[in-house]
Design a binder for this molecule. Structure first.
Ligand SMILES: Nc1ncnc2c1ncn2[C@@H]1O[C@H](COP(=O)(O)OP(=O)(O)OP(=O)(O)O)[C@@H](O)[C@H]1O
Length: 361
């Protein structure tokens, strides 16, 4: 699929903007704080209804305005879609496909897929488990509508169960209602664990090959799912943890506590890897994500590279740029440096200056 064009009105620092993208490589360059990332955020939002940064709708509307609009034209095979997103300050956003309003954001599912790559992704290996879980959930939600449904359900149940655990200190009679939450938590949690296991297995196979090449054949990277309890044992584990949960007023077991494990030669590189090793593994992870998305959707995702090239050394830059010839890519950078000018074909160049974008070719 490709994003053909986009129109923004009162989105972030853009009063009004119309962009026609190339089907291959698009570069947005300009000084800091001019609005480059905002464009990638708008593209991502159009296909997923969410900001890649998790920003609230009201924060994405031009300062002082009540509403913001995004219109995107997406081409998937021979079919064209017009996606409209209407951000409102104090209400839920409106979404329409080809002019027809949709009730649930999940109806957009399957039209557009993205892989977003920012400098923060390069530190995913050394960050906390929360960031790695977020990666896992974001990818799975893009690829599997059922997972999204289970995740929303599971998170709601854990939130309500935790509230109940807190309320028990002044309403001990409520303990009887805990049974139902435990059962439901186990039911949804089991589904999450099973989907994650399958996803990590597929990703793990792809990442091994990519990482071998990226590390010059020196390293074998093993990706695995570090779960605190298996799918089948989840219900018993939740029941067993009850006393501790009541004491600590929180749910201690379940997939909301899981992690992704990265090891090289049996060594956990989250804790013991060198900086370079961790960054190479993070790059391998992103490249594997592109491959996996291609396999699952039988199409190419759009790659959004936010200021990430300057963070990589020449070898890694080359590897990344050589891997993405066949997909639509939107790259932001502060200058058209040597690496861009000499080693990589750019199809369209845009200069971004204070909320205005100028096409240079
Ligand atoms: N809701 C909003 N309304 C108006 N302007 C906004 C809004 N949100 C952010 N901005 C402005 O957008 C600019 C930041 O844009 P963006 O993050 O896209 O910068 P950038 O060009 O990617 O910079 P960098 O290279 O530093 O990442 C800032 O000037 C900020 O004040």
């Amino acid at each position: 699929m490709i994003i053909e064009s986009m129109e923004l009105k009162n989105f972030r620092n853009y009063r009004e903007l119309k962009l026609q993208f190339d089907a291959k490589t698009n570069i947005f360059y300009g000084d800091n704080a001019q609005g480059k990332t905002n464009i990638l955020e708008a593209v991502y939002l159009s296909g997923t209804t969410k900001s890649h940064k998790g920003s609230r709708d009201r924060d994405m509307i031009y300062f002082g305005e009540e509403e913001g609009h995004l219109r995107t034209f997406v081409k998937k095979g021979e079919i064209e879609y017009q996606i409209d997103i209407h951000l409102k300050k104090n209400k839920t956003k409106g979404i329409a496909i080809n002019g027809v309003p949709i009730r649930k954001a999940s109806e957009l599912f399957g039209i557009a897929n993205f892989v977003f790559f920012s400098p923060e992704d390069l530190s995913i290996i050394k960050q906390g488990p929360g960031e790695r879980r977020r990666f896992l959930d974001m990818e799975l939600c893009q690829l599997d509508k059922v997972y999204l449904h289970h995740l929303v359900g599971y998170n709601r149940i854990v939130t309500q169960r935790n509230k109940l655990l807190k309320d028990l200190s002044f309403r001990p009679d409520l303990i009887e209602t805990l049974d139902i939450w435990d059962l439901q938590m186990a039911e949804y949690g089991k589904k999450l664990i099973e989907s994650r296991e399958a996803f990590i297995r597929s990703l793990g196979t792809i990442i091994q090959g990519i990482h071998q090449k990226l590390s010059g054949g020196k390293e074998e990277l093993v990706l695995s799912y570090e779960k605190n309890v298996g799918a089948e044992e989840l219900y018993n584990a939740i029941c067993k943890s009850r006393e501790r949960d009541i004491r600590m007023k929180t749910s201690n077991v379940g997939p909301h506590r899981d992690d992704l494990m990265f090891s090289v030669g049996g060594v956990d590189i989250r804790k013991f890897g060198s900086q370079g090793q961790q960054r190479t593994a993070a790059l391998s992870l992103k490249l594997s994500e592109i491959e996996l998305v291609k396999q699952v959707i039988h199409d190419t995702p759009v790659l959004l590279l936010d200021d990430v090239l300057s963070e990589l050394d020449h070898n890694r830059q080359n590897y990344l740029l050589n891997s993405i010839h066949d997909i639509q890519t939107m790259i932001t950078c502060t200058g058209l440096d040597e690496f861009v000018n000499h080693r990589f074909s750019i199809n369209k160049v845009f200069r971004v200056i204070e909320g205005a974008v100028y096409s240079e070719n």
